[in-house]
Design a protein around this ligand. Structure first.
Ligand SMILES: C[S@@+](CC[C@H](N)C(=O)[O-])C[C@H]1O[C@@H](n2cnc3c(N)ncnc32)[C@H](O)[C@@H]1O
Length: 407
């Protein structure tokens, strides 16, 4: 209990509990140390073995009074409050808004609850949504607190949001039709487990071990497909999740993302999706026996090729033909959301074999497919741009040839 407040019912806009600046990661004397005016910052819970309390921090005026609630330690809340999303509101321009004109709408989808259907032609790379989280729950809460403690904090976190925002959150799928018998805490916990994404900490966050379980209420309406037509990427700068089209999409098609790693066999995928509480009936999972087996074999080969292509030691058998095989297998498997990976491997192998023109072709393809999926700030994208500009000056130039000569 660091704020002396049990249950905050403080009106929006009243900074009621300023966190001790000694909790900031920058230290008391740093110019970046600052107190954030959380509009609500209680209650707190302390796990039996925890070093720090875990509290609810709500900024009800975040993102044009949309609001955001964090369940985390004071130190991490204060760190997040120093990032551009909080201190430079201009970076949030265009986020949390629908497309104009709209290119999709929410409809009931048989067997899946609600979902999103394209109403206009969408091009690969088009931005479909950009949204800040309503709720971010530090994994420390799950690791250090009892279920009663963390569900209570989650309940407060949602109640603290502006009422129109909390109503949207409480209207999300809780993966069970009848929620009338549930307490608020149980209801919020079910909503969180049905809809949250794991968001890894950024480089400046000292607590690198704990991700944030994060809820984006509009993005939560995307259903799963093992071969989806859209993908997501998170920006720590804007604290927003961005969804981009991974291929061209025709009106009438459902917009989907993958909730899991696509490079898994059907049995593995089904096992993982059962944890989300549903049996996947996507086109890939419902292939007939022989075609399903072929898909599984392709995935197995892709994983073996990854091992060879990632190995820059002398013992690797990697070569451009192997990378071409990988590109072909990705295409056969319709791995549109990660196609850039295969192009990246091909660019590096051609360059390492001393074929600059094929290297530039694949580097350009990797950047073209990768920017919407991995984000323009992604390190690999920077490396591939350098390769495309100057293959001879790139670290991979003739790398495999030199190794063969040394043998
Ligand atoms: C993040 S929500 C997606 C939106 C949800 N359908 C709704 O009505 O708001 C995840 C839940 O949607 C349903 N769902 C998503 N993808 C599905 C799929 N491929 N097949 C069946 N149900 C699916 C499951 O109930 C899952 O727990």
């Amino acid at each position: 209990e660091i704020c002396g407040l049990e249950h905050s019912t403080i009106p929006v806009g009243s900074p009621v509990c300023l966190i001790d600046p000694s909790y900031t990661v920058f230290g008391k004397n740093s110019s970046r140390a600052r107190r954030h005016s959380w509009t609500h910052s209680s209650p707190c819970s302390h796990g039996e073995w925890s070093e720090q309390p875990i509290c609810v921090f709500t900024d009800a005026i975040f993102a044009g009074e949309r609001g955001i609630s964090l369940v985390t330690t004071p130190q991490r809340a204060n760190y997040l409050a120093t990032t551009p999303a909080f201190v430079e509101p201009a970076v949030l321009e265009g986020i949390n808004r629908g497309l104009n004109p709209a290119k999709f709408e929410m409809r009931a989808i048989p067997g899946k609850g609600m979902g999103l259907i394209a109403t206009a032609y969408i091009q690969r790379g088009d931005l479909l949504m950009a949204e800040n989280p309503s709720l971010m729950v530090d994994y420390r809460a799950f690791n250090e607190l009892t279920k009663v403690q963390y569900t209570s904090l989650q309940g407060h976190a949602v109640s603290n949001l502006p009422s129109s925002h909390s109503a949207i959150v409480l209207n999300l799928s809780a993966h069970t039709t009848d929620t009338s018998h549930l307490t608020l805490e149980e209801h919020v916990d079910l909503i969180a487990s049905t809809n949250c994404f794991d968001i890894d900490p950024d480089e400046g966050d000292e607590d690198q071990h704990n991700s944030f379980y994060s809820l984006f209420p509009a993005i939560a309406r995307f259903n799963h497909d093992c071969r989806p037509n859209a993908d997501y990427v998170f920006s720590h700068r804007t604290l927003a999740q961005y969804i981009y089209a991974a291929r061209d999409i025709a009106p009438g098609e459902e917009l989907t993302i993958s909730y899991i790693n696509p490079l898994m066999s059907r049995a593995e995928r089904q096992g993982r999706l059962k944890q989300w509480g549903f049996e996947c009936a996507c086109p890939l999972c419902t292939l007939d026996g022989a075609r399903r087996e072929e898909s599984d074999k392709r995935i197995e080969t892709i994983k073996k090729l990854h091992e060879e292509l990632r190995n820059w030691g002398r013992e690797s058998r990697a070569c451009p033909e192997m990378a071409e095989l990988l590109v072909g297998l990705y295409q056969m498997e319709r791995l549109d959301t990660i196609m850039y990976e295969a192009y990246m491997f091909a660019a590096l192998e051609y360059n390492a074999a001393g074929d600059p023109w094929m290297a530039v072709k694949y580097a350009r393809l990797a950047v073209e497919w990768g920017i919407p999926m991995a984000g323009p700030e992604d390190e690999d994208m920077g490396d591939l741009r350098e390769l495309a500009e100057n293959p001879w000056g790139h670290w991979s130039w003739l790398k495999r040839v030199k190794q063969q000569e040394e043998r």
